[in-house]
Design a protein around this ligand. Structure first.
Ligand code: TXA
Ligand code: MG
Length: 319
């Protein structure tokens, strides 16, 4: 029997009994549990096979709730919350002592966001506690953007996926921390740097391997298909290099017709980067099912959400 259901009250019951429920958000599906339940939080790490040092994002229903979670809020954090929440921005702020160390990997900061999806907002409003929710994929795997993706990963291990349809944004939230009260981007994501800078002025990006201690989700190999995947600026050349293999293509633009190609997916017909982001993970899930020798992914333009998509593709192609 399918574990996919639209029944919010069932999700409330399970979560209140310290069980896990996979939840929809506008970015990707999350694997959620009560932040105050040691049993639920431990189960999140075990189900994902995620190392305990890698902290979780806390999902709250409204800005008022922030004061229960964090000890202080820099002015620019307040500004970002006002403009972008509910939405795909996660703020890393000094935590209150009441936030369990298990959530934060022992750090004195906590990552928090208000997701923008009617189903999870309804759910959060019915619960008396916030939800910790990492993306609902096994550690390092491709994040899920449909209830079916989650079911395929975890059907024997969790009781329910709350179905909210396909995620509209399709890649994770942008994570912003603060150093001397100034915003620093720790993870590129569904809110573009340009949009963030239009609100708080120029921001530094520390989205590299060096910041692994700050945001372990930035471990180099991540978001990765099982099939060997390469990223290219020159499709023709890459196809020639892999002649004779079963090739799958992930294309930004549909410009190529080639008999050597087993399977291809075009992310957008009219250079719409939002559309490309929303389709990215589903495309990788599909390509990964096609028994290919290699996936060749075309690099996107390096601005707006193109930057975030390229970041995910780079991590997907690391050996
Ligand atoms: O869009 C999203 O953010 C999704 C949905 C479900 O909300 N969640 C998500 O969670 O992507 P996850 O666990 O896959 O990624 C969370 C990232 C990790 O890279 C983690 O290291 C970072 O947030 N993080 C969490 N707490 C942190 C903290 N205190 N300081 C720095 N980074 C933190
Ligand atoms: Mg993740």
């Amino acid at each position: 029997m399918s574990i996919i259901s639209k029944d919010i009250s069932k999700a409330v019951e399970l979560l209140s009994n310290e069980e896990l429920v996979a939840i929809p958000t506008e970015t990707v599906y999350g694997l959620a549990g009560n932040i105050y339940s040691e049993k639920a939080i431990t189960a999140i790490f075990e189900t994902k096979q995620r190392p305990f040092f890698n902290p979780l994002i806390v999902h709250i229903p409204s800005v008022d709730y922030l004061d229960k979670i964090v000890a202080s809020i820099p002015e620019k954090a307040r500004l970002l919350a006002d403009v972008f929440w509910p939405g795909p921005i996660t703020l890393v702020l000094k935590k209150k002592n009441t936030i369990p160390d298990l959530i934060t990997g022992g750090k004195d900061t906590v990552a928090v966001r208000i997701p923008n999806h009617p189903t999870i907002l309804e759910l959060l409003n019915q619960l008396s506690f916030p939800l910790a929710a990492p993306s609902a994929n096994p550690f390092s795997g491709i994040s899920p953007t449909t209830a079916e993706h989650v079911e395929a990963y975890f059907k024997d291990k969790i009781k329910m996926v709350l179905d909210g349809g396909p995620c509209k944004k399709g890649i994770e939230s942008t994570i912003i921390g603060f150093e001397n009260d100034e915003p620093i981007i720790y993870r590129l994501g569904s809110t573009s740097i340009e949009d963030i800078e239009s609100v708080v002025g120029s921001v530094e990006v520390k989205n590299k391997k060096e910041v692994t201690p700050n945001s372990p989700g930035m471990l180099e190999r991540h978001y990765a298909p099982k099939t060997k995947t390469v990223l290219t600026d020159n499709l023709r050349k890459s196809i020639t290099e892999h002649q004779g293999k079963r090739i799958g293509l992930l294309l930004y633009n549909d410009i190529l017709n080639d008999d050597a190609i087993e399977f291809k997916i075009v992310l957008t017909q009219d250079q719409d980067l939002e559309e490309a982001a929303s389709k990215l993970y589903d495309a990788l899930h599909q390509l990964d099912k096609h028994d290919l020798d290699i996936i060749i992914a075309e690099r996107l333009p390096n601005y707006g959400l193109g930057k975030s998509i390229n970041d995910r593709l780079i991590r997907a192609t690391k050996q």
